[in-house]
Design a binder for this molecule. Structure first.
Ligand SMILES: CC(C)(COP(=O)(O)OP(=O)(O)OC[C@H]1O[C@@H](n2cnc3c(N)ncnc32)[C@H](O)[C@@H]1OP(=O)(O)O)[C@@H](O)C(=O)NCCC(=O)NCCS
Length: 178
């Protein structure tokens, strides 16, 4: 196979598993526990998905973690190495690039009063919503408690520190409106 063809094939595989394996195929390379899966969801290897919901026809690339309570809409594409935490919900048709990191704790701490924080009572979970058809570029970091409007575009590498209105494009580590 020519180099470019191989590249295209790899890219397609990254978004949906290398062997067309569907979710719940029993592959030991996927950790999928207590996940509500829609129809025709495709999932790459080495994922860690637990307690979340993934809508029909969505694709999840390898090395993705999706935590308990997160909701992924229909026909979403989540590229490799992204992290979608508790409190995040994606509408339908959302694109998440490689290495996108969501967050849910604005002021994270490791311990409190000399004890490791383990319970959700010791921190405040802030929710994040991504509207339908939005696209988030590679390596973007999304701060907690953010709303990204429908059809908005987040440039690669952006740090999203406040909500983005529908249809807007935002760029840069010190996020500005384009
Ligand atoms: C944000 C984005 C959609 C803008 O695309 P565009 O409208 O074609 O923008 P242009 O390339 O014309 O660039 C316009 C300006 O924005 C700047 N810019 C573009 N993308 C940027 C980014 N991610 N961060 C910071 N600045 C960016 C350009 O340097 C240029 O600046 P200038 O006007 O000062 O010269 C695109 O650059 C991007 O980041 N796409 C995401 C790619 C990605 O992660 N894909 C994932 C799958 S592989």
């Amino acid at each position: 196979m020519k180099e470019r063809d191989q590249l295209m094939a790899d890219k397609a595989n990254m978004a949906g598993g290398t062997d067309g394996a569907d979710a719940g195929s029993g592959s030991s390379k996927k950790n999928i526990v207590d996940v509500k899966l829609g129809r025709d969801v495709r999932i790459g290897d080495f994922v860690n998905l637990y307690g979340c919901e993934i809508g029909d026809e969505s694709m999840v690339g390898p090395f993705v973690e999706i935590q308990r309570g997160a909701v992924i809409g229909r026909r979403c594409k989540i590229q490799s190495h992204s992290f979608i935490c508790t409190g995040v919900s994606l509408g339908d048709d959302v694109f998440i690039g490689h290495g996108v990191v969501f967050s849910n704790d604005k002021h994270p701490r490791s311990s409190k009063d000399g004890k490791l924080i383990r319970s959700q009572d010791d921190w405040t979970l802030l929710e994040t919503k991504v509207g339908e058809g939005a696209s988030i570029g590679n390596n973007a970091t999304i701060l907690p408690g953010i709303e990204i409007g429908a059809g908005a575009v987040i440039g690669a590498g952006a740090v999203v520190v406040k909500s983005v209105p529908p249809g807007k494009t935002v760029l840069g580590p010190a996020m500005r409106f384009k």
